[in-house]
Design a protein around this ligand. Sequence first.
Ligand code: 0L1
Ligand code: MG
Length: 264
Amino acid sequence: MKTTLSREAVVRLCERVEGAQTRAYAIPKLTDEYPSMTMADGYAIQTELRKRFIEQGHKLIGWKAGLTSRAKMKQMGVDQPSIGFLTDKMARPENSVISTADLVHPRVECEIAFVTREKLVGPGCTAEDVLQATDYVLPAIEVIDSRFSGFKFDLESVVADNGSSARFVGGGRPRYVDELDLPTIGAVLEKNGEIVEMGAAAAVMDHPAAAVAMLVNILADMGEELPAGSFVMSGGITAAVAVSPGDHVIARFQELGSISVRFG
Ligand code: 0L1
Ligand code: MG
């Protein structure tokens, strides 16, 4: 897929997304102005955003695969996964209170995260390569926050908005992958004491490691690798659930413990 946007347009759209992310306001989807924008354009804007954040002192700690389950694709009306970057400024501790004042319309997802001990390089990266290079896995709650008004977006705009990345919480009980049958791990998402979503990790591309391999292959298309020591979220197991101030969310994972977080 080729880029169609000029350098000036990439920089202008990146500034628009950065403003919406850092000052928490909604913007129209980018394709309203550039209807023929491609996925490659979306990734060019995302790369520009990553560069800016790193220049501002944010540390890149890993990546996320998004829209990797059928439930999520159906919920958002898209037909392929995406990737986004994760920085230290997005991380929140377990049991913390996450402020919604600096988010637009937050939603939570339960995900399996991988921590790598060897670098991974595409193209042609497979789920087996990912398992081989993985140090351990742990459960995570991702707080996504699309910056597009009324959740009206398409994949090109979502990719430019860094896959709606906003906050994430890793925790629970980290485990070695050879002790687990990852696809059969169940996850239950509770909000204010009620079960609101449940599923099994196989919902993520049949195996969460396949989502990480997909991510590595997209990075390769951009001329990049996944360094050793990366924290990688493999995508929501279930549909995402909206949260508001006062909500208490617990994600319970079979074999991997649970993560609790509140919203203020
Ligand atoms: O993490 C993800 O699955 C990405 C979601 C992007 C779209 C949304 O905001 O729901
Ligand atoms: Mg996600």
